[in-house]
Design a protein around this ligand. Structure first.
Ligand SMILES: CC(C)(COP(=O)(O)OP(=O)(O)OC[C@H]1O[C@@H](n2cnc3c(N)ncnc32)[C@H](O)[C@@H]1OP(=O)(O)O)[C@@H](O)C(=O)NCCC(=O)NCCS
Length: 173
């Protein structure tokens, strides 16, 4: 059974690779990967700490026993510099932006876990009083931080802007 675990400073080490050492959404322009893992982790922890103070929980794991199989990262769009690089943006200021929804191991994909993660997140954000959720989904490919367009359309999202293969999709809570 999939168990959901909110991530804070105390359990950040449970975040799986590569997500733990990735600052894609916290940066913009050419994606730099030269920094050491410990420098990246420190920067990501600083980001988490500052967003948590204003927005609340913004990273969550889906676990099977002690193994973290799924990773979700979300917050209002102003906390993700990278959104400025997407032609179909910007995301709406009233929406929570899903930056990442990712199942790490190929063996665990296609079993319905991604759907369960998305539905759980939508329920939590509705209970927290938010009005809408948005993400950049990818046309005809799952190779995208939050997954493919088909996944979001199947879960009731609507395309609000499409300027390239990464349309902005929205779900009204
Ligand atoms: C995309 C992802 C979150 C979906 O989660 P999942 O548990 O595998 O998906 P589900 O089993 O819940 O599938 C639900 C629906 O999503 C859609 N879907 C899932 N994977 C898909 C894919 N690879 N391509 C197209 N549609 C897909 C389908 O409509 C599917 O419904 P179906 O099974 O009736 O066809 C997951 O597969 C994943 O993380 N993949 C890796 C993505 C990646 O490489 N990201 C880069 C990270 S930086």
């Amino acid at each position: 059974m999939l168990i959901f675990e909110k991530v804070g400073m105390h359990n950040f080490s449970r975040v799986p690779e590569p997500c733990r050492f990735c600052l894609y959404w916290q940066t913009k322009g050419e994606f730099q990967t030269e920094a050491s893992k410990s420098e990246i982790e420190k920067a990501k922890l600083n980001w988490l700490s500052s967003v948590e103070k204003v927005f609340g929980n913004c990273v969550e794991l889906a676990c099977l026993g002690s193994v973290s199989v799924g990773f979700m990262q979300y917050a209002p769009p102003q906390y993700f510099s990278r959104v400025g690089d997407y032609a179909s943006g910007p995301p709406s200021s009233d929406a929570v932006f899903i930056a990442c929804l990712y199942i790490v191991s190929k063996d665990q994909r296609g079993k319905g876990y991604g759907t369960l993660m998305l539905r759980t997140l939508l329920k939590e954000l509705r209970e927290r009083g938010f009005r809408a959720v948005e993400t950049f989904a990818r046309v005809d490919s799952a190779n995208n931080p939050s997954g493919p367009l088909a996944f979001y359309l199947k879960n009731g999202f609507e395309v609000v802007s499409r300027k390239d293969d990464f349309p902005l999709v929205r779900f009204k809570l």
